[in-house]
Write a protein that binds this ligand. Structure first.
Ligand code: PPS
Length: 287
């Protein structure tokens, strides 16, 4: 089952970590008003935000940060490991969850509660480059044939986890219906302190300056990439093989420039414009 595909509501998911049952269960999950759900398209800064969210709630007690992997602290509700991780979890924090599902699938369940949603997005060109590399190290995703083909698939929305465009537009169109905090990888990168401050206020957990320092230190790329508990080196080589490339690859804004030829960039921009041009969304990146 390592390299199988699960198609759910027209979207491809890696069958190694998803089943029809796990995906269906996520869409009818019973959220509580105190829950916090992180939603991302893959490679948009999920692990980073899982780390920030758990740091905000651990109140300076760093045992979980040093001992529990991010996926156990803020588990994906749609993955097959969810039930076992969820039942073993420390319950003194609000329940923190992650999801890569789209708004169409997950929002009906969410709207039955007042759960807070943190939606994190990243420049899709950087998402694409990061995802391309991830396909090469993740045993549960197929190796891309070429970068050009990978770009085509991304633009068509036929790759794993579906269309980036539908994901972002779908979730951001619900800003009025959900209690949603929209944050970007770019702003967390450029203004980490003020972004984390705004996020913690949204979550009702304002931080003191010392707490902010602790969070900034433990959510930095250098700390996280060197921490075996969060850098995915706990997983076997069959699942994620980091001998040829790292999960914590670069951690920068704008790395796409090293991969896109002027032709690919033009093609990407034309599709971006046609899909996002009239979205009315104010996104921080220049394409
Ligand atoms: S996943 O598989 O969807 O959970 O991947 P995700 O965590 O969303 O994305 C991985 C990319 O996020 C980068 N990353 C960071 N950048 C800056 N600072 C910190 N602390 C950080 N943590 C993770 C990681 O390096 C991947 O991006 P790329 O561009 O590949 O380096």
């Amino acid at each position: 089952r390592m390299n199988t595909t699960e198609i759910f509501d027209g979207v491809r998911f890696p069958g190694f970590i998803h089943t029809p049952e796990s995906l269906k269960a996520a869409c009818s999950f019973q959220f509580q008003d105190t829950d916090i759900l992180l939603v991302t398209f893959p490679k948009s800064g999920t692990t980073w935000m899982q780390q920030v969210l758990s740091l905000i709630f651990c109140e300076g007690h760093l045992w979980p940060i040093h001992n529990l992997p991010t996926w156990a602290r803020v588990p994906w509700i749609e993955q097959i490991s969810f039930d076992s991780l969820h039942s073993k979890r420390n319950t003194s924090w609000p329940r923190l969850f992650t999801s890569h599902l789209n708004a169409k699938g997950l929002s009906p369940a969410l709207m039955k509660s007042k759960a807070k949603v943190v939606y994190m997005a990243r420049n899709p060109k950087d998402v694409l480059v990061s995802f391309f590399h991830f396909h090469r190290i993740a045993g549960f995703l197929p190796n891309p044939s070429s970068f050009e083909d990978f770009v085509d698939e991304f633009l068509e929305g036929t790759g794993f986890f579906g269309s980036w465009f539908d994901h972002v537009k779908g979730w951001l169109s619900l800003q009025k219906d959900l209690t949603l905090f929209f944050v970007t990888y770019e702003e967390l990168h450029q203004e980490p302190r003020s972004t984390i401050r705004k996020l913690s206020e949204f979550l009702g957990r304002p931080l003191g300056p010392k707490e902010e320092d602790i969070i900034l230190e433990h959510s930095s790329f250098s700390f996280m990439s060197q921490s075996n508990i969060v850098n995915y080196s706990l997983l076997s080589k069959e699942i994620i093989d980091q001998s040829e490339g790292k999960f914590f690859r670069k951690g920068v804004v704008g790395n796409w420039r090293e991969y896109f030829t002027p032709e690919l960039n033009e093609k990407f921009n034309a599709v971006y414009q046609s899909k996002m041009g009239d979205s009315g969304l104010c996104l921080p990146w220049t394409m």
